[in-house]
Ligand binder design. Structure first.
Ligand code: PEP
Ligand code: MG
Length: 885
């Protein structure tokens, strides 16, 4: 026969599948010598057997329990159902995976009319005994007999009214006695049976109820949501009860082994004497700081401190411990890894390694990479009371307060006038860039985590809340509303880009603090990671920031951002509108020195490190006014007849905009297709790169420019561009009489490029995965439409597990990436391969890039620290050896 019952001392932490998470943990604590109230665990196998038998307890199970119970009785020095010193137990479910609140718990089992009197006598406290009894009847009736809770609550409330008191604690023993009698009458009326008096019957019924609760509706829904197998079954833990409310030498409390907000290595928590856990939660009595336990019960405090240390070194993590003191004896009820702030997380990991409790590798694994992001931004002061009005997506971390504006030009004007503004738009476009620069933060009602606003804000390290559907913007009235609240232009609003909260009014903030622990921990990350971490940066300032955060190069300079600047745009438009090559070259001649200046600044800021400069990528119409705008303007000019010359110019523009109109610009005339049709544009950019490189080399700087071609699909494109690049590089070096190293490569962002990587590699020194476009084109999802429209439904219905624009779709997009890596390296074993899509700063994607052997990931400067840690974690988990102290 199977062994269905394990005493706590027979189990281990790695027996979660059989004993459930809670059972395995209780066993582990028992075995390291902690004072855990004795008990036993009925295995998950007993539960599956119960279902296999058609909902019947397996034969012999109760006998096995009785045998083990006698051991527990000896350990507890109490006896089940005993009239002198009765043992009371708790009966709790505990599956392999934690399912908080999904199944049921019964406390104080073993009480009946006789034992309740013994408990009263032994404790000298009839009130306590009756209160425990009425709680037991209530829980048992709810869980086992399935009588709704509220019927018991009604009785309780009625009795409080009769006695004229507000809180349960104020009920007298007489009132509690009446409540018990009424409870029992209710049970009799509902079940036509008396409430079970025999403790062993109570136990068998309770165990069966826990098994049944595995298949209650909420547990099934929870398992479906969390993809937990329905066949696992739950274990049942039977544990002797201990009471913290047996007098002033008893108490209960919760403590963290270190401070969970700051990470300081000091016990942190609270306790209450003569109380049960519920009293702490109920908030009627204020618990006291754990340090005061030292004044009251110094021996127990020392003992608890010792145990806290022991648990920390055993679990190699900061612990959150629940304890109870029953008549001067300390019991540990539970321990788990403690939740902590980002700041605490870093400090705890660093100090635990310094103290020799864990290795550097283990320390690195203790910190959640996404937490690092928060530390680089201003945060809302956690003591502030907030008037939260809505919630959107936490698109870019940090907090900001400002006067609401609805238009980028206005944002810029107000910023110049010294005001702090918050830019509020349905969504943003490249046209709004100056407004984003001017604003403290951005709030949009539409768009997802990779919408324009989100990507740009993250790149700049500005707070952003996106897709906040609760806000309705009325541009005409210059206001927005959240339900009935109306917020007008100029009113103060705050956003928290780390949580997505939109808050009315201004809020107090805390500046980011880069601690020495943070810097040291990231230094350790660099020792272990294999991936290089670069940044996506378009300006010398961003490049400097990226270096400060530890980037070792730029993985993507998007040159189009430079074309958008106000001093260039007229020449860019002139270039687009040119009808002849000659006219176009005139415009390009203006742009050349400007671009050269841009590249000079960036290459200088990144001295000694590689800088990948991508040639122009977006469709040209993005640099022109919109069709709608021009239609309105030309109509007005026609009606007023005031300015025929301007009308003529605008009509020309309109004609060009119409000519450039595309049904699907993302798949249209963009990327290197522009370089094929207008080679002079790309040639100007190539020339600008090499002029800058030559000047810097002359001035004694070491530069490493990498010229990158976007959106290629065929080797012949690469061949065409490579020849041009090589000619321009050679002539520039010769003319300037210098030499410098440069390389040529392509983005891999179209499935055809990935599939034909083997051919492309012949003309490439490097590849960089543009996973934004590669995701769009592999899934056939237009990013902006998908996130706003159908993608949320896909995620809700679990058709897709994750937003593929946030975390790499490893199955599909990832497969193409693997093909490209393999193909490319087959032809060129030393081919440098990286990623520069938004995924380059997302931890699970970084891990994937490590696994498929990329050389680098590139992300926005503010995500560089996070990527360094994620890359180290990938390398550490990979190597199995997480070191010895
Ligand atoms: C990409 O497609 O992943 C990429 C980096 O290019 P962009 O986002 O500029 O299209
Ligand atoms: Mg792209």
């Amino acid at each position: 026969m199977n062994k269905f019952v394990y005493l706590f001392k027979e189990g281990r932490a790695d027996m979660k599948a059989l004993l459930g998470g809670k059972g395995a943990n209780l066993a582990e604590m028992t075995n390291i010598g902690l004072p855990v109230p004795p008990g036993m665990t009925i295995t998950t196998e007993a539960c599956t057997e119960y279902y296999r038998l058609g909902r019947k307890l397996p034969e012999g199970l109760m006998d096995e329990i009785k045998r083990n119970l006698s051991v527990v009785e000896q350990q507890a020095e109490k006896k089940f159902g005993d009239l002198k010193n009765p043992l009371l137990v708790s009966v709790r479910s505990g599956a392999m995976f934690s399912m908080p609140g999904m199944m049921d718990t019964i406390l104080n089992l073993g009480l009946n009319e006789d034992t309740v009197q013994s408990v009263a006598k032994n404790t000298g406290n009839l009130r306590f005994a009756y209160d425990a009894y009425r709680r037991f009847i209530q829980m048992f009736s709810d869980v086992v007999l399935e009588i709704p809770k509220y019927e018991f609550e009604d009785i309780l409330h009625r009795q409080k009214d009769v006695q004229g008191v507000k809180y349960d604690q104020e009920l007298t023993p007489e009132s509690l006695r009446k409540i018990i009698d009424s409870y029992k009458e209710l049970v009799q009326a509902k079940t036509s049976n008396v409430f079970p008096e025999n403790p062993l019957d109570q136990l068998a019924m309770a165990i069966e109820a826990v098994f049944r609760s595995w298949n209650n509706d909420r547990a099934i829904v929870y398992r479906n949501l969390n993809k937990i197998d329905h066949d696992l079954g739950t274990a049942v833990n039977i544990q002797s009860m201990v009471f913290g409310n047996m007098g002033n030498d008893s108490g209960t409390g919760v403590a963290f082994t270190r401070n969970p907000s700051t990470g300081e290595n000091l016990l942190y928590g609270e306790f209450l004497t003569n109380a049960q856990g519920e009293d702490v939660v109920a908030g009627i009595r204020t618990p006291r700081p754990i340090a005061q336990l030292n004044d009251e019960m110094p021996v127990l405090y020392t003992e608890f401190s010792r145990i806290a240390r022991l648990l920390e070194s055993h679990y190699k993590n900061m612990q959150d411990i629940e304890f109870t003191i029953e008549r001067g004896r300390l019991y540990i009820l539970q321990t788990r890894n403690g939740k902590r702030t980002a700041q605490a997380s870093v400090r705890v990991a660093f100090e635990m390694a310094q103290e020799g409790l864990i290795t550097k590798q283990q320390a690195l694994l203790l910190v959640e990479p996404s937490q690092l992001d928060q530390l680089l931004h201003r945060q809302i002061d956690s003591n502030a009371t907030l008037n939260v009005a809505a919630k959107g997506l936490p698109a870019s971390p940090g907090a900001a307060s400002g006067e609401v504006v609805f238009d980028a030009d206005e944002a810029e004007r107000m910023d110049k006038a010294g005001k702090k503004v918050l830019l509020v738009r349905t969504e943003t476009t490249p046209d709004d860039i100056h407004g984003i620069v001017a604003a403290q933060g951005i709030l949009t009602s539409r768009g997802g985590m990779t919408s324009h606003a989100a990507v740009v804000a993250r790149g700049m390290g500005k707070p952003c809340v996106c897709g906040c559907e609760a806000i309705r913007i009325d541009y005409a009235k210059q206001e927005f509303n959240i339900g009935t609240i109306v917020i007008k232009k100029g009113e103060l609003v705050s956003i928290d880009g780390s949580t997505g909260r939109v808050i009315l009014g201004e809020v107090p903030m805390k500046d980011p603090e880069i601690s020495k622990e943070y810097t040291s921990l990231l230094g350790w990350a660099d020792e272990f990671k294999r991936l290089g971490i670069r940044a996506n940066a378009d300006t010398p300032e961003d490049a400097k920031k990226a270096r400060e955060f530890g980037a070792i190069g730029i993985g993507l300079v998007r040159t189009e951002h430079m074309f958008m600047q106000q001093d260039r745009l007229p020449y860019v438009q002139q270039m687009i509108l040119a009808e002849t090559l000659e006219d176009r070259q005139k415009a390009l001649a203006h742009l050349l020195p400007m671009q050269e200046g841009d590249f000079y600044g960036i290459l200088q800021a990144m001295e000694g490190f590689p800088v990948t400069i991508r040639l122009l990528d977006p469709p040209l119409h993005e640099f022109l006014p919109s069709l709608e705008e021009l239609l309105v303007e030309t109509t007005e000019l026609r009606i007023t007849e005031k300015n025929p010359k301007l009308l003529e110019e605008k009509l020309m523009l309109l004609k060009k905009v119409r000519a450039l109109h595309e049904f699907n610009p993302m798949l249209g005339h963009r990327g290197c297709r522009l370089g094929i049709t207008f080679p002079e544009i790309y040639e100007m950019q190539m020339q600008a790169i090499f002029n800058a490189a030559a000047r810097l080399t002359k001035e004694g700087y070491k530069v490493l420019p990498e010229v990158e071609i976007p959106l290629t699909i065929d080797v012949n494109e690469m061949k065409f561009f490579r020849e041009k690049i090589e000619v321009i590089a050679a002539t520039t070096m010769k003319a300037a009489n210098v030499t410098f190293h440069y390389s040529i490569g392509t983005m891999i962002e179209m499935p055809r490029a990935a599939l034909l990587a083997e051919e492309l590699a012949e003309f490439c020194d490097f590849f960089s995965f543009g996973t934004n476009d590669l995701t769009q084109t592999t899934l056939g999802f237009s990013r902006d439409d998908a996130e706003g429209k159908f993608l949320p439904h896909y995620l809700e219905r679990k058709i897709l597990k994750e937003n593929p624009f946030v975390a790499i779709d490893q199955k599909g997009v990832g497969k193409l990436m693997r093909i490209a890596v393999e193909g490319g390296r087959k032809v060129r074993p030393g081919l440098e391969i990286g990623i520069c899509g938004e995924h380059g700063g997302e931890p699970s994607s970084v891990r994937f890039c490590h696994e498929i052997g990329l050389n680098f990931v590139s992300c926005s400067p503010y995500r560089v620290p996070l990527a360094r840690l994620a890359a180290a974690q990938a390398a550490i988990s990979d190597s199995e050896n997480i070191g010895t102290r």
